[in-house]
Design a protein around this ligand. Structure first.
Ligand code: ADP
Ligand code: MG
Length: 292
């Protein structure tokens, strides 16, 4: 490609809300065969809301929610906001805590009024040796509805299953369809549990899913999708996404995402509208074709 044609191409992209931080990305995008996307905050809006709370025998729903909210008050995860909002809506008191600890990709814990409270994924409970009991079945059902089930334990006993749901961005289905029309494969990479990830992927017609990926595992997940030498673009918004954005043939960040993601990406979408990815690829193909 000539420098002029790349300038024209990137200029046109900017008009469409797609910022090329590196001119080479316009050329690299043309050979991309698979587009892998982060789920939370990329395919979805990234602001989950609490949808379900089912308590184990002997636990009161408001009591468990206030204990869980107390622990979540220390977390930056979007799940924390969902739980704190629900607790406030119910007018619950948030008790003080000690000894807060986060296990990234697993969950969080703290001591609340002499009791130890753990909140997190099923793998967190498994690591702690806490038995799900009959609520495990409900968790599976919630996951198959595309919700993220979380487990809350008090003093080592399962107290409740809580589900949060993160709405899919309004523009995401059209973006996925358009990527398919361009002949591309679409994949999802997520730390969320398998049932939830697969339900969301099924809804959107996503071809490949890599779920239950630990925060440091996104690069490996991306490599597994490129195994046949397919060139891959990766789209993400979070701090955890930065290594995969750097590793991808083309890293694309959501402009409303974290600074680290934006600084690492080759391409930045001005909004969360994933049709920007489609525009970028279409433009890359048109630009490179014109100068051949
Ligand atoms: P993602 O951003 O894709 O959800 P994370 O690695 O941040 O991936 O989290 C993976 C899983 O760990 C979450 O789906 C949740 O089950 C659990 N988890 C992480 N942080 C929290 C938290 N603050 N409260 C409850 N669960 C959490
Ligand atoms: Mg994300």
């Amino acid at each position: 490609a000539t420098p002029t044609s790349i300038m024209v191409g990137t200029g046109r992209a900017a008009e469409l809300g797609v910022l090329f931080r590196k001119g080479e990305a316009l050329q690299a995008l043309r050979s991309v065969e698979i587009v892998a996307l982060d789920k939370t905050g990329t395919l979805t809006i990234g602001r989950p809301v609490l949808t379900d709370l089912e308590t184990a025998l002997g636990f009161d729903s408001d009591e468990v929610l206030s204990l869980v909210a107390a622990v979540e008050a220390h977390s930056e995860h979007p799940i924390a906001e969902a739980i704190l909002t629900a607790a406030k809506e119910r007018g619950l008191q948030i008790p003080p805590t000690d000894n807060f600890e986060a296990s990234p990709g697993f969950g969080i814990k703290a001591d609340v009024g002499g009791r130890t409270v753990h909140v997190g994924a099923d793998r967190y409970m498994a690591k702690l040796g806490i038995d799900f009991g009959p609520l495990g079945v409900d968790a599976w059902r919630l996951g198959s509805e595309g919700k993220t089930p979380l487990y809350a334990a008090v003093d080592g006993h399962l107290a409740a299953i809580i589900a949060v749901a993160d709405p899919i961005r309004e523009t995401t289905p059209a973006a996925i369809d358009a990527l398919h029309s361009l002949g591309l494969k679409v994949a999802m990479i997520t730390g969320d549990n398998r049932a939830t990830a697969e339900a969301v992927a099924r809804q959107l017609g996503i071809d490949e899913v890599v779920a239950e990926v630990l925060p440091e595992g996104k690069v490996e997940a991306l490599k597994s999708l490129r195994k046949d030498g397919r060139a891959a673009a990766f789209v993400g918004d979070g701090i955890n996404d930065a290594p995969a954005l750097a590793e991808a043939d083309v890293g694309i960040a959501i402009g409303t995402g974290t600074d680290v993601a934006i600084e690492t990406a080759d391409v930045v979408l001005m909004s969360g509208d994933l049709r920007g990815v489609v525009n970028a690829i279409a433009l890359s193909r048109a630009t490179i074709r014109n100068i051949k």
